[in-house]
Every structure is written in C-alpha cells, then in structure tokens.
Design a protein around this ligand. Structure first.
Ligand code: PLP
Length: 365
C-alpha cells in the first residue's frame, strides 16, 4: 500500500483487481458476484436502498442496536415503508416475530438484519430468516455482515442471503474505505424493477464494469492493493483456521470476563466483539479511557443509550491469542486503578490461557 499509486485504467490495476474479485468470492464462499465499492459500510447500505427498491416498498427491519436502527432510519429517508421490529439491546430477535410481520405484510420486499450487532456484541439469527425467505421470489434477505464475514462461517447461498455486506476495516484487516457486497440473482431481478434514483452507486453499472476488472469511477486504489495482500493472508491461514481462531479468542474473552466477576452484556454473544457491563462503582467510560491513556490499547465504550454502561473488546481480524492476553492483563490493572477490585489478580489470564493454548503451535508444523 505504501508503493506509488497505480493509475486504475491500466493492466496492472486490472490484474490486482481480478485477484481481489476471486479472493472475495472465496472469502464470501459464494458464486454470487461480489462488488467492491469505495465507501464505508454505510455507503453500501445507501447503495442497497437506491438499487433494489422503489419508493413506497415495504421492508421489515430487525432493530436491537445502533446499526440495526440506522438501516431503518436510512430506508425511511429513501421513502420506504419500514416495519421496525424492536428488539431489546443485547438480545437476539425471536424469528417468530419476523414470520408474524411477514404474514401481516405479505408484499414485503426485504427483511434487513445485522448478523453481528457491533454496538451490543449480539448475534442475530439470520439463518432462520433465510429459511423463511428462500422460497419467496419477491422478498430479499439483506444482511449486514460487517463484523461477521471473515469471523465465522456465513455463506450467501447456504444461508439464503441475497445481499451480504462487509467492510474493509473489520475482519479484512484494512484501513476503512472499502465496502463489499454479494448479490444474488433474486436481488439482481429486484434491481431491474427498482425505480429509485441513483448515480454514483449504480450497482448494475458496477456489475458490468467490475466483470471487466474495472470500476465505474476512480476506486480507492491503495486500499485495493492492500486488499490483495489481506486476502492472501486469509487464504494462507485457511477459512477453518480463521473461524477457529476467532471462536477460540471470543470464548477465552467471555470466560475471562466471568472470571473477573463481570457480566457479559449480550444474551447471544457474537465471536467478533465482547460487550461487558461496566462495574457501577467506577466513573463512566474510565475503563476504555484508562486503557487508551495508560496502556496505549484501544477498546470501545458503549454507544447511544449504552454510553458509560458497557465497554467492548473487539477481537476480529488482525488479532491473535497474545493480543487478547495483553488486553486482559492491562484491563485487570486499569480496573484495579479505577477502584474495581472484586477479583483475584491474574484471574482473567488464568481463565483464558487454557482455551487459547491451541493457538500456540510451532509455525514449522
Ligand atoms: C455491524 C455494523 N454495521 C455498520 C457499520 C457502519 O459501517 P461504516 O462505519 O463502515 O460505515 C458498522 C461499523 O462499525 C458495523 O459494525
């Protein structure tokens, strides 16, 4: 990425982009086209509402966090009728409620769901929704997989996902600025029927242009150069190992948090990020601020209604067993400094280590 920037209308760029397109289909485990867009994940969702719908169409949106709620808000702005299913933050939706909403709104054009709601660390049951929708010719399943793809085994065809979105800055280990989406034949059919205005995000045009290893407009060339490398790194590790690493680190984190006598926030925790209820006896946000200022480590606080109430430890992408042991060790120190002492020193590392052991293997084997 530090090399001089390629001119994108060149064979050199086309070779790199061709490799990326093949690598993305491998990572998405799909035969559907995977489009690359030069924008963040939110831009990809704007493209979705502009390209698969017409004003007045009804969609069902699964809420339950900052990102689920964002898609409802965005769809409303584009003139869609949104049936918002509210879910208590930190909980996954009962699929029966989605079925009920589909029965009450038979002309629904799509169900939108966030696979891992990053604001609460919660996994939503998109697989059950896929089974509901697979035989409905006119209703798409749109899944925000921004913190799911590349973390666990999520597959467009097997899980009946028509549009699956990912972002460069999460499991793909890149700086922010690229979004990716797989698009099913059913979704392309909806694209033909769409009457929503769009210009920059013209997915049919991107489809035709990207098939020739080009993009409709100037892409984020340096990020695409980096994408080539991160896909190679993922291929070297292999998908089973990649998924196992994330599952192992997530399990170790959850076990360690309990060993600190703290409570997980999510009732259905995802393997990408662990949300923890902050101890009530210490100042708001002092844990993530303490880790940032005194240990040079970045974790996150809560967002919106969870500000000051939770902290979140991300463990996806370029993150290994030693990283989580480092975070846990520093977390213990900061917790003590802030006045939370309801645990034995070393308890989190002791709880996490046996789970992480499998990740320590000689690289020569
Ligand atoms: C699940 C989820 N959806 C959407 C977004 C928004 O993506 P972006 O900030 O790339 O626009 C994020 C960002 O953290 C996310 O985690």
């Amino acid at each position: 990425m530090a090399r001089s920037v390629y001119h994108h209308r060149t064979p050199a760029f086309e070779r790199i982009f061709e490799g990326c397109r093949q690598g993305l289909q491998w990572l998405f485990q799909t035969n559907h086209e995977v489009l690359t867009l030069s924008c963040s994940g939110t831009g990809a969702f704007e493209a979705i509402f502009q390209n698969f719908f017409s004003p007045g169409d009804t969609i069902i949106n699964v809420g339950g966090g900052k990102f689920g709620d964002r898609w409802a808000q965005m769809a409303t702005i584009f003139g869609l009728e949104v049936v918002s299913l509210s879910v208590p933050w930190g909980e996954s939706i009962d699929p029966g409620l989605v079925q009920q909403a589909l029965d009450n709104h038979p002309s629904t054009k799509a169900v939108v769901c966030v696979a891992c709601e990053t604001s609460t660390g919660t996994r939503q049951p998109y697989e059950a929704l896929g089974k509901m929708l697979k035989d409905k010719a006119d209703c798409l399943l749109i899944v925000d997989g921004i913190t799911a793809l590349g973390v666990w085994d999520i597959q467009p065809e097997r899980d009946h996902i028509d549009v699956l979105v990912a972002g460069s800055q999460k499991a793909l280990m890149l700086p922010p600025g690229l979004a990716f989406m797989s698009v099913s034949p059913k979704a392309w059919k909806a694209n033909q029927d769409s009457r929503m205005p769009h210009y920059y995000f013209d997915l049919a045009k991107e489809r035709a242009t990207q098939a020739k290893n080009q993009t409709a407009y100037t892409p984020a060339v340096s990020l695409i150069t980096g994408l080539q490398e991160s896909l190679l790194m993922m291929q070297e590790e292999g998908l089973p190992n990649l998924f196992a690493r994330h599952a192992r680190i997530a399990k170790a984190t959850r076990t360690a948090i309990k060993a600190l006598n703290l409570e997980l926030f999510s009732k259905s925790p995802a393997d990408s990020v662990t949300a923890v209820k902050a101890p009530t006896n210490i100042p708001e946000n002092s844990i993530y601020a303490g880790l940032r200022d005194r240990a040079n480590l970045t974790i996150a606080g809560g967002q919106e209604q969870l500000k000051g109430k939770i902290f979140r430890i991300a463990h996806l992408g370029y993150f290994d067993e030693l990283d989580i042991l480092t975070v846990l060790s520093a977390l213990e120190i900061i917790l003590r400094q802030e006045g939370y002492t309801n645990f034995e020193p070393g308890a989190s590392v002791a709880a996490a280590s046996p789970i992480l052991e499998e990740g320590f293997q000689s690289s020569s084997t």
